[in-house]
Design a protein around this ligand. Structure first.
Ligand code: ADP
Length: 420
């Protein structure tokens, strides 16, 4: 099995340079306008030289591999089975530094054809190679942190240790990507939140100084500045409220809600709170619900906030004098609530980022509309807590539809929650 693989590999190593050399030499000669038979001869000569060179190298490698006897299996069956089940990637190397065992998690990273390959071929991280060379039998494991920048940035911790009883070294990898990402998100979040608060705070402080200074006796300026200060103060209040909501929802995200909730009255009361805003923008807000809609398991306050955020956005980014439609319908064992507007829409590339904290398609426009950049992040967390799904369909200039799908309570479940 191994022998036939090497033979094929040798042939492959010959064929590629041969074909490339032939093509390159032929192209070059054709370009130079040489007679046909000289071109063919010359091309064949170049290709033969390349093929001999590459083939010789492959043959040498084949000799080295063939001479090396297959090592006896160093692991008892029970150890092999247990290592196989480890969630973290594990690699065992013999005393020559070649792989003798890789568990399923490691095979997923380095490929199934790992046997007898040197470490440097399997994990291209020089610090691990160095640790394997320096760690002594029975010594404490050497710990190394390293990152792989492409295709997706990933971070790992590697433990390298050598057995005191057998000529074996193990390399155990621990994936730190999720932890690092969370750390970075937290740092970004604190930086963003303080930046968002600092801007309105600076504006308010500036106007206070102006009012105390040269605008002290200017009645018109005072009215104007007080108006701006009030807008900025409201913005800070909204931001703090949204930050607190987000934190509260995140803290509860792992606790599934337990109340039986009918969505139609929730949507209607959320819409009622937004009616004055819709009126001021001259937007008509229409709600339609299919009769006999099943209830869901939910948290009424959170669901009210969810639909309020979606309808608020539909009004904010909708068309002045336009429409917002909210449609409730059952769909494949779920209840679907679609909030559609005929406003400015969202560019396709922005859609996957909308639920990130502080992400806005147009920061200036969001600020003018009193946005905090947290509304859809709150929506996403509420939907997650309710084990639901959020779908966003939009095209720039053609309006947007935000659809929330929540698992419907079956009749039997609904009866049980009623009794409880
Ligand atoms: P904001 O407070 O800025 O409205 P959100 O998290 O609610 O923050 O929304 C994030 C961004 O998504 C908004 O700034 C806006 O660019 C875009 N957006 C949300 N809803 C809509 C919509 N219905 N139409 C167009 N753009 C929208």
């Amino acid at each position: 099995m191994i022998r036939s693989r090497f033979r094929w590999k040798t042939a492959r190593d010959w064929l590629w340079p041969f074909a490339c050399g032939l093509a390159a030499a032929g192209a070059w000669l054709w370009w130079r306008g040489l007679p046909e038979h000289s071109a063919v001869l010359f091309a064949a000569f170049i290709a033969a030289v390349l093929a001999v060179f590459a083939g010789h190298r492959a043959w040498q490698q084949h000799q080295i591999d063939a001479e090396m006897p297959t090592p006896p299996d160093p692991l008892p069956e029970v150890a092999r089975e247990m290592f196989e089940r480890l969630p973290d990637p594990l690699l065992l190397l013999d005393e020559t530094g070649r792989a003798v065992f890789a568990n399923a998690a490691m095979r997923a990273a380095v490929g199934a054809d790992y046997r007898r390959k040197p470490l440097s071929v399997l994990l291209r991280e020089p610090s691990i190679q160095q640790a394997v060379e320096t760690v002594g039998p029975g010594e404490a494991p050497v710990t190394i942190e390293f990152s792989i920048p492409v295709p997706i940035e990933r971070h790992f911790q590697a433990y390298v240790s050598r057995s005191a009883q057998a000529p074996l070294t193990f390399v155990l990898l621990h994936d730190l990507t999720a932890i690092k990402r969370t750390e970075r998100m937290r740092a970004d979040f604190v930086a963003n939140a303080s930046h968002e608060l600092r801007t309105p705070l600076a504006a308010v402080s500036g106007f206070i100084d102006t009012l105390r200074g040269h605008a002290r006796d200017d009645e018109q300026a005072r009215e104007q500045f007080l108006g701006i200060m009030s807008v900025e103060a409201q913005r800070m209040r909204r931001l703090i409220e949204d930050l607190l909501s987000l934190t509260r929802i995140e803290l509860n995200e792992h606790v599934p809600p337990s109340a039986r909730v009918d969505l139609e009255p929730v949507v209607t009361s959320a819409a009622a709170a937004l009616a004055p805003l819709a009126k001021s923008e001259n937007i008509s807000l229409q709600i339609s619900a299919e009769p006999g809609l099943p209830p869901v398991l939910g948290d009424r306050d959170e669901l009210t906030q969810l639909f309020q955020n979606l309808m608020h956005n539909a009004i904010k980014y909708g068309r002045s004098g336009g429409h917002v439609w909210v449609v409730l319908a059952p769909k494949d064992g779920m209840v679907s609530v679609a909030v559609r507007d005929d406003g400015e829409g969202i560019p396709r590339e922005a859609i996957p980022r909308l639920t990130e904290r502080f992400y806005r398609v147009d920061v200036k426009r969001s600020r003018e509309k009193g946005g905090t950049g947290l509304g859809l992040a709150i929506v996403k967390h509420i939907v997650n807590r309710h084990n639901g799904r959020l779908q966003i369909e939009s095209e720039a200039g053609a309006g947007s539809t935000f659809t929330v799908l929540l698992p419907a309570l079956s009749k039997a479940d609904a009866a049980v929650t009623e009794v409880l």
